[in-house]
Design a binder for this molecule. Structure first.
Ligand code: NAP
Length: 472
């Protein structure tokens, strides 16, 4: 491990006292919140971004599938935001372990949490915790090289994996499990996952939705790209994509999805090809096996449309048993309670009014922990902007009051000294730049965008050896 960093002397101070904001979390919503704060001109603002990992970008680094490099190019926008003179990055700082929430609110005029959703929704069925039944959240973290999932192992020695859920995360994991090694080897997938997937004997990944094909949460481009990425067809049962209840009133995206699915149904999968199967109107009732997953029991559903047009799945009483060695539960992410802030257990979010945390004085939320795990990356821009608008309105009407710091307080210096005391292995923007350069250089040698470092110690070794820690 490298030597801890030390603080260097301050060089300058601004004349006009800025509003000092901490953004906790460096994923898309954290960066969009920082951007909204720094771009507005009503109030001078300084943003310090806190991240518990040594690396920024949240789900853009550890959630977006490695074979979707175009989606990851949004990180260029975050780099531009990070280059703003009034922005600082503090990585490897765990709120609740290294510093407390109360300490943050005592030092910052406002604290904005963009901490995302750290866990998965549960199915609540027997056998859910059998070995071989895993959360897609864990699997995604593992193949993306998130340090907290680097030590996981998944048994890929069977023939069929079942993915529960009909959303984009289900498609991501199905695609990764079916992709040819050569394709994955050109991506920034974690090396440990690349090796494991090369050895995989899985030939079929069955993605199962509980409602109908028209109610699937897939987005059409993700559905449409499946055969190209997996180099095999997609098995869809023609009966399941025939005329749907209330078809005329379906949304445009549901109609587009249906058209793609009908195309798949018309083209049989070549025998023996590793492929994705999509099945609908099945609810998992039980995961069974002798000491590990062997099969999944499903209820077959019919669809009922209520007066508002909502389509629900109703058990017909018919059962179906599907043999499988691996079950991936991809039924959505879920937020966890954070640092004693109020928490809505049912929805898994921090209750808020347009981003202001209920019952608090200077705390705000943005992104999935504010509204739940929905939408694409860009959705977080609007969500964060709403929170920042609220924050500035609170400042304007006096419900958000700045700290009276006194003339002797130098935020730039004080914060860094305090953080170094609490976390000597603090990673700054400079440290992240060193990590980024090292990963990209390793990738360039093998024709990949980057080779990710997945162990925190490795990341810190690179960042701390040469980074400088100036107050600003
Ligand atoms: P999601 O879109 O909410 O999909 C969850 C799926 O799980 C739905 O089909 C849902 O069915 C099903 N489900 C929920 N509870 C269930 C249960 N108890 N039993 C069986 N099925 C159940 O969630 P996600 O796939 O985790 O994606 C999260 C967000 O990230 C989405 O907005 C997604 O579009 C986005 N994302 C985007 C990309 C991309 O753009 N490439 C990639 C990954 C993720 P019901 O509809 O019946 O509830």
């Amino acid at each position: 491990m490298s030597q801890p960093v030390t603080s260097q002397p301050v060089t300058a101070r601004t004349q006009v006292e800025p509003l000092i904001v901490a953004v906790v979390g460096s994923g898309p919503s954290g960066f969009y919140a920082a951007s909204s704060l720094l771009e507005q001109t009503a109030v001078p603002v300084r943003v310090d971004m806190y991240e518990r990992l040594a690396t920024p970008w949240g789900l853009v680094r550890s959630g977006v599938a490695p074979d979707h490099p175009k989606i990851k190019t949004v990180s260029g926008v975050y780099e531009q935001i990070a280059a703003h003179e009034n922005f600082r990055f503090f990585g490897n700082v765990h709120i609740g372990r290294d510093v407390t929430r109360e300490e943050l609110t005592a030092r910052y005029d406002a604290v904005l949490y963009a901490v995302g959703t750290q866990t998965d929704r549960r199915l609540g069925i027997p056998g859910e915790d059998l070995p071989g039944s895993v959360s897609a959240v864990d699997f995604v973290g593992w193949y993306n090289g998130h340090p907290e999932y680097a030590g996981y192992t998944f048994d890929l020695t069977g023939e069929r994996a079942v993915v529960i859920g009909a959303g984009n995360v289900a498609l991501d994991v199905a695609r990764l499990l079916c992709s040819p090694y050569e394709r994955l080897a050109r991506t920034d997938i974690a090396d440990h996952a690349l090796t494991a997937l090369r050895e995989s004997t899985i030939t079929e990944v069955m993605v199962v939705g509980r409602r109908g094909a028209a109610q699937a949460a897939f987005t059409t481009p993700e559905l449409r790209e499946l055969p190209e990425f997996t180099e095999s067809g997609v098995d869809v049962d023609p009966a399941e994509v025939a005329q749907q209840p209330g078809e005329d009133a379906l949304s445009r995206s549901a109609k587009r999805n249906l058209a793609v699915l009908r195309g798949y149904a018309a083209t049989p999968v070549p025998p023996g090809a590793r492929h994705v199967t999509l099945r609908f109107q099945r609810t998992p009732l039980e995961i069974r096996g002798d000491g590990r997953v062997e099969e999944v029991v499903f209820a077959r559903n019919e669809l009922k449309v209520d007066a508002d047009g909502w389509v629900s799945a109703v058990d017909t009483g018919e059962r179906e048993t599907v043999p499988a060695s691996l079950v991936l539960r991809a039924v959505g992410y879920r937020g966890v309670a954070f640092g004693g802030l109020p928490f809505d257990e049912r929805r898994g979010v921090i209750p808020n009014d347009q981003g202001r945390v209920q019952g608090t004085e200077r705390e705000y939320v943005a992104g999935w922990i504010k509204r739940g795990p929905t939408g694409i990356i860009g959705t977080n821009r609007k969500c964060a902007a709403e929170t920042v608008t609220r924050l500035l309105a609170d400042l304007a009407d006096g419900s958000l009051r700045r700290h009276d710091r006194g003339v002797a307080f130098d935020h730039d210096v004080e914060i860094v000294s305090w953080l170094l005391e609490r976390q000597p292995h603090l990673v700054t923007a400079d440290g992240w730049a060193l990590i980024d350069a090292a990963e990209r250089a390793a990738g360039a040698v093998s024709g990949r965008p980057r080779v990710k470092l997945v162990l925190t110690d490795e990341l810190l070794d690179i960042a701390l050896e040469r980074q400088s820690v100036t107050p600003r």
